[in-house]
Design a protein around this ligand. Sequence first.
Ligand code: ZN
Length: 256
Amino acid sequence: MTSYQDLIEDIAGRIIEAKGCSVALTGAGISTPSGIPDFRSPGGLWSRIDPSIFDISYFHSRPDISWLYYKQLIEELEGKQPNPAHKALAQLEEMGLLKAVITQNIDALHQKAGNKKVLEIHGNAYRAVCTSCGARYSIYEALEKISRGKAPSCSKCGGLLKPDVVFFGEPLPYRVYMDSLELARTCRVFISIGSSLVVQPAASLPWHAHSSGASLVIINLQETPLDSLADIVIHDRVERVLPEIVQAIRRRIGVS
Ligand SMILES: [Zn+2]
């Protein structure tokens, strides 16, 4: 039986050996310690708001109502801060040991923690995009444009603005997903963090990494469907595990 500390040391060793060719995939579980409930869990947003409000076909038929609820989602994210797991990933990038973070989250906490290379496969809650001309706005600009309950429109072309997040029934942003796939296929260590690995096609990224010969590490509170494929699995709190991996790396390479 391998001890918890042995697993931490094993992961640290693999990340060092990969010489910067490591990639992280993060899901809702990395943001729950920051007080952002998994939208799918009991008590999460979808238990209070009907998720069909964020269905793309609903959005196009009733954009005013979608925007009204979207405003609530933004208020829910307000003031949330990165936790030790986010900070550990920022440190790994800073040390030159992490190539990129691919995230399923829309909360922008990785950027807030200091990560520079972040691929947001489900978009970013703090941006809005014009559905006609593609112009981008900050979410606050868009929310200010809501007047008398009408969905905001583009200053350039008058088109309907939409939150720049992937709605249910919408495809992932093509370029971002293709870049993520490329990272998964070419990295040497792929670490899945706080993702239940059930939402496709994001959940296929660890599989691609494993099939291309990368070490697959899964860190999640609960079991995932890909645990049996992984080289190392830790079922524990990500905000505990990730800082310990960074500490182990620092000890090994002699940085305090
Ligand atoms: Zn426009």
